[in-house]
Design a protein around this ligand. Structure first.
Ligand SMILES: [Zn+2]
Length: 439
């Protein structure tokens, strides 16, 4: 009896001190917020609707209906976006909050790992997360920390705890590749250099890495199925394959058993085909998709996260092997994207931001998708309801509909006639709380 009372007291004391620490910003369940939307793109429908009211109860959307016929609940806070286009919070399915643009003048990729204390990298990741939220991205699938270990799990916990602002994060932690399959590289062979991923050789090590990463908080597993690329004598882009099908299957089997998914970086050729044979859930980049690969993706329901914009950055001079590779990558990528789009491959918006400086607009990717043939509404869906499907949060995020979380943004222009309007997000609500509202 006495013991039981102590136990109750302890539980109360612990939960009170936790409650004091956690500054949760989500409004109370009984509070109502109403958004007047001049134009509503709900993330799922093909056409926008005019003059809608979004009624939010606590952190979820209660109902969406015509402004004329809807009664505003008594005591509700009303947010007037009647001059704006309102959309669901955007989803970037391929980010790296622990990368900062890899500027060669600042030491490129290697400096991240060799020179920056982890605390500095975590501080910059905190800024990156805030930058994403400011731009209306309320969900990120962050596909590995590039040598910063499980730092993404900590940033995610800090956001969820209300200590720092940021999007909802789905994190991949360390990622997996093979010996010879990831930087740091090019140093004297006598030196044991740290790597930007967890290196595995053989199915046993591959399965163990997946188990470790899942155990330490990975929401997704990221695997690099190709590494270096170059242009061969026939002028074709060739990519070095990394894991074998057997190694990859050990990873996907382990992840799928725990109801987690596997994102595979793959450009083309042998590595891409191994990625599909090994059961990857999403192909990242997919620069050089041949017809067989596209057919297999359709059969298996594999997603494509193309990340177009990043391949237009930092091209080496044209008359160098690197320069030829950079140009070949961009040109085959455009062809692949168009083929995949035409064939009906499921496409989710992703940018590889972090590979691009966080100071640049994440929404620039929309412009490339539309330029290469996707309709503006489908490009928006790729960053809302379609991405939500990839991330297994369909109906809860990426949509403005009853029951969904109140992640809502607004822009002043019309993104359906000018995608660049999405670069100027002036209202951001996450989980029912206003994060940004331009005066
Ligand atoms: Zn990436």
């Amino acid at each position: 009896m006495k013991k039981a009372r102590w136990a109750v007291f302890l539980v109360l004391a612990v939960s009170l001190s936790l409650a004091a620490q956690i500054k949760n910003s989500a409004p109370q369940l009984k509070t109502y917020t109403v958004i007047r939307a001049g134009t509503l793109i709900d993330g799922k429908s093909d056409a926008p609707r005019r003059d809608q009211l979004i009624v939010i109860r606590g952190n979820r959307i209660d109902r969406v209906s015509d402004a004329v016929s809807t009664k505003i609940p008594a005591g509700a806070t009303v947010i007037d976006l009647s001059q704006a286009t309102v959309l669901p919070g955007l989803i970037d399915s391929h980010t790296h909050i622990f990368l900062q643009g890899e500027d060669p003048a600042e030491g490129g990729y290697d400096a991240n790992i060799l020179k920056y204390p982890l605390s500095l990298r975590a501080a910059r990741a905190t800024v990156a997360a805030r930058r994403a939220l400011e731009q209306g991205f309320t969900v990120l699938r962050d596909v590995e920390t590039e040598g910063a270990g499980y730092g993404d799990v900590g940033i995610k916990e800090a956001i969820e705890g209300g200590y720092i602002p940021g999007p909802r994060l789905l994190v991949a932690t360390r990622a997996i590749s093979t010996t010879g399959g990831y930087p740091l590289e090019g140093y004297a062979p006598e030196l044991v250099m740290p790597k930007g991923v967890q290196v595995v050789d053989g199915p046993v090590e591959a399965r163990k890495a997946a188990r470790e990463q899942l155990d330490h908080g990975a929401d997704w597993i990221k695997v690099y199925m190709t590494h270096r690329s170059w242009v061969d004598k026939q002028g074709h882009l060739v990519s070095q394959p990394t894991l074998t099908v057997g190694e990859l299957k050990a990873v996907t089997d382990e992840a799928h058993g725990q109801q987690r998914k596997v994102a595979c970086h793959a450009y083309g050729g042998i590595g891409l085909h191994r990625a599909l044979d090994g059961g990857c859930d999403s192909i990242e980049h997919g620069l050089d998709l041949d017809d067989d690969a596209i057919a297999q993706m359709l059969r298996q329901g594999t997603w494509l996260v193309p990340t177009l914009a990043v391949y237009y950055y930092d091209w080496s001079p044209e008359n160098t092997p690197e320069g030829q590779r950079d140009r070949a990558r961009a040109s085959v990528h455009e062809v692949s994207f168009k083929k995949a789009l035409k064939a009906g491959v499921k496409i989710a918006f992703g940018t590889d931001i972090g590979g691009i400086p966080w100071t640049d607009p994440i929404a620039q990717e929309f412009g490339y998708m539309v330029r290469f043939g996707m309709s503006p509404i489908d490009a928006i869906k790729a960053a809302t309801s379609k991405a939500a499907e990839l991330l297994d949060v369909k109906g809860e995020l990426g949509v403005i509909a009853p029951g969904a979380y109140a992640d809502i943004i607004a822009v002043s222009g019309d993104p359906l006639t000018n995608m660049d309007a999405l670069k100027e997000v002036n209202f951001v609500m996450k989980d029912g709380a206003v994060f940004k509202q331009a005066k």
